[in-house]
Design a protein around this ligand. Structure first.
Ligand code: ADP
Ligand code: MG
Length: 724
């Protein structure tokens, strides 16, 4: 009767798993393979004429405009290097708003007549490509009849050779824009926002006496959480395949309540996967570090070392693709969804952010002298202003259907964006707010730049894990981003709001100094003003508590619970002006991002709803009905034999079957309804589809606990999470 139970087959297949042959070479040293497949500065220095190298270095290190004359020379060296490594193709890699990475491959070889072919790769081919990008989301920026999109080389993110079993490809990170120059990707605004933030940070540095400050960049270190499950289970779950999360599944009897998984022993198979991915990432010049088991069973984390934000963003995307590929090789599926399993801890991608340059180092690192500390406090104050003024935008930058399952769920920061400074730094700002004349917690008085400042904290031991935006000793950690999303979006917002805050501070200080105010007094005044006006965002308590929801409302902090609540922040007058003023997004581009955000939200929920309808109708319901039939036949047979039959089990399964049927009917109707615009469609998904899905799930999960195990068609939570 159930000859084809995919779940039982999957369990058999898992048991028969044979690990792949190891690829590790015993004499291999991590230091030697690092960056092996990267067209790095070192490679360029070796292969480029001196002047060309100097010119490209100025572009990469100091953000000088790219000299078009160097492109031919770089292209030729890049091609030779890649072909020596065995590459036959090249690809402009770009980051469309789908969140995935897109590639357009071309062969180096062009037919040259007489059956010959020539390897061609000119500067203009390196610098610009054309792509029919009509299938990528543009939010109305492009009509399909003018669907051309252009890719443009980003020299600040190094090219690399990607190894595939069937060949090697030279990959060139690029921006992706429309024929009118509108940004269609994640990289373009990230580069624009870095430039803008740098400009104003450098103004502040000049005020602090650094006459010719080196170019300031923003750094990003992303901590990636993910789940690994056996691929046979993955393939047996149409919901995971279609939507990345399980739409059905009762909580396992053994859950994470035991907490024995956090930093627990890593299963051998997972370790093999980790070692291979780390090696692959090393070859690609991605400095991957630390591995430990996360809170939930089957959940892990990797944190590459921080890099410049645009490079970190590219590397992050490459890391995710590499993980997927190598997990498959080891018979597993890597799940990046924020909430693949209901009731089990979700996955985030903490974005660690700092800014600095080669001469000053990290500008968020407290210094040894009062002068350095005053400068540090000014940059911290900029963060406080930015987070307070634009908390709604930060929330919008992490908004997605999948991340909504996580934010505010007592495992991830709440949807309210506040900032955590730690005891000592909070104390310093408290005193500044009071006029700076009183004594500090430790010693002395607190007149900026004049008297001694207390030694400021560099100890990251002072932690608050419930805060969405926390100072951790030398950086801020934005904890709200979801595991699936690109770090580019949050970084664009952070850079832009920092540009505004630094611009505000620099303008104020420049005017004060011009008016003859003592510089230290001017710094003291602006710090006081900022903490007075924006201190409402500073919060050191428990972000998960109900009291905080009430207090935050009293403080006037927005609490944008869902993506539908958050996305309109993007098109507020204030946000549109902000992004336009700092040259990051035009109003048109902001509208397009808003539209795409809504469309993606509505679409991903619709996909889930359809998948649920199908699985519910064709798998779950039939299994339950079979069991119901078995029970009914059994009762009939017992009665015929004159044995007293207990009808209760039949009633127990019949109830949820009725509820499931009714729930599926409601879901079907809800899916048939359509709204007239993107916002209404997103609202429909949020207010109608999600609740309808919850009803179906409750009935189906109840059945999972009733229906005979050999009839149940979907791999259970227990099986997926504990068998690796
Ligand atoms: P934790 O889990 O304690 O937050 P991890 O070691 O897992 O710390 O991750 C810390 C991340 O922060 C790493 O990616 C690291 O490179 C990054 N990081 C460290 N210092 C800085 C900095 N100054 N700027 C940006 N990121 C940083
Ligand atoms: Mg961490």
């Amino acid at each position: 009767m159930s000859g084809n139970n995919v779940r039982l087959q999957a369990i058999k297949d898992v048991q028969a798993y044979v690990p792949p042959a190891p690829t590790y070479e015993a004499n291999e040293a991590p230091g030697e393979i690092f960056g092996e497949n990267v067209f790095s500065l070192a490679v360029m220095q070796k292969r480029l004429p001196k002047l060309v190298y100097k010119s490209i270095l100025a572009t990469i290190e100091h953000s000088k405009p790219l000299d078009p004359m160097v492109a031919d020379s770089v292209a030729s060296a890049m091609k030779d290097w890649a072909m020596e490594k065995g590459a036959t193709h090249y690809s402009h890699v770009f980051y469309p708003l789908t969140g995935f990475t897109a590639e357009k491959h071309d062969s180096f070889f062009e037919p040259a007549g007489g059956g010959l072919s020539l390897a061609e790769f000119a500067g203009k081919t390196l610098a610009q490509g054309e792509s029919d990008g009509s299938s990528f989301p543009s939010g109305g920026l492009r009509n399909t009849f003018e669907a051309r999109g252009y890719t443009g080389w980003d020299p600040t993110s190094p090219a690399y050779v990607l190894d595939n079993p069937n060949g090697k490809t030279l990959c060139i990170p690029t921006v992706f824009v429309s024929m009118f120059g509108d940004a269609l990707d994640h990289k373009t605004p990230l580069l624009r926002s870095q430039q803008s933030m740098a400009k104003h940070a450098e103004r502040v540095l000049r005020l602090f006496g650094h006459e010719n400050p080196d170019h300031v960049v923003s750094f990003c270190g992303a901590e990636q959480e993910y789940f690994l499950i056996d691929r046979h289970f993955f393939l047996a779950r149409a919901d995971l395949l279609n939507s990345g999360r399980t739409l059905f599944g009762a909580k396992p009897p053994k859950g994470q309540e035991f907490d024995d998984h956090y930093f627990g022993a890593i299963p051998e198979r997972v370790l093999a996967f980790m070692m291979e991915t780390e090696r692959e990432l090393f070859k690609l010049g991605i400095p991957a570090k630390t591995r430990h088991q996360e809170v939930a069973p089957g959940q892990f984390e990797i944190a590459p070392m921080f890099e410049r934000a645009n490079q970190a963003a590219d590397h992050q995307q490459l890391l995710m693709t590499t993980f997927k590929r190598i997990a498959n090789k080891h018979g597993m599926e890597c799940l990046f969804h924020e909430k693949p399993f209901e009731g089990v801890n979700g996955s985030g991608k903490h974005v660690n952010f700092s800014l600095g340059n080669s001469t000053e180092g990290n500008l968020l690192l407290p210094g040894d002298t009062p002068h350095q500390n005053a400068q540090f406090l000014v940059f911290c104050a900029a963060v406080i202003r930015a987070v307070h003024k634009y908390g709604g935008l930060l929330r919008a930058s992490v908004a997605s259907a999948s991340n909504d399952h996580r934010l505010g769920a007592n495992e991830a920061p709440p949807a309210i964006i506040s900032i955590f400074l730690g005891d000592q730094l909070s104390d310093v700002f408290d005193q500044i707010a009071k006029g700076g004349a009183t004594s500090s917690k430790e010693k002395g008085t607190l007149m900026i730049g004049v008297d001694t400042l207390p030694v400021l904290p560099t100890d990251p031991g002072d932690r608050n894990r419930t805060s969405p935006f926390a100072f951790t000793g030398n950086r801020f950690e934005f904890r709200a981003p979801g595991s699936l999303q690109s770090v580019a979006g949050p970084m664009v917002t952070i850079n832009t709001i920092m540009a505004e805050a630094l611009d505000y501070i620099a303008t104020d200080l420049e005017a004060a100094v011009a008016a003859g105010t003592e510089f230290n007094d001017a710094v003291q005044a602006i710090l006081g003003e900022i903490i007075t006006n924006h201190g409402a965002a500073v919060f050191g308590g428990n972000g998960y508590s109900d009291d905080w929801q009430i207090e935050a409302a009293q403080r006037g902090l927005p609490n944008l619970r869902t993506t539908v609540d958050a996305l309109p922040e993007l098109i507020s007058d204030e946000a549109m002006e902000l992004f336009q003023n700092y040259g990051v997004f035009s109003h048109r581009e902001m509208h397009s991002r808003y539209e795409i955000g809504l469309e993606q939200y509505a679409q991903s929920i619709a996909v889930e709803a359809k998948s649920m309808l199908e699985i519910g109708t064709t798998s779950v319901l039939p299994a339950a009905v079979r069991y119901q039939t078995e029970l009914a036949l059994n009762i009939g047979a017992l009665k015929a034999a004159g044995v007293e039959a207990d009808a209760a089990p039949l009633g127990e399964v019949t109830g949820p079957i009725g509820e499931l049927r009714a729930g599926l009917a409601v879901l079907k109707d809800a899916l048939a309804a359509h709204a007239e615009d993107a916002y209404a469609e997103a609202k429909h998904a949020n207010e109608v589809l999600l609740p309808a899905m919850a009803v179906v799930r409750t009935a189906a999960d109840a059945l999972e606990g009733i229906v005979a195990d050999d009839l149940w068609p979907l791999p259970t939570y227990q099986e997926m999470l504990f068998i690796l």
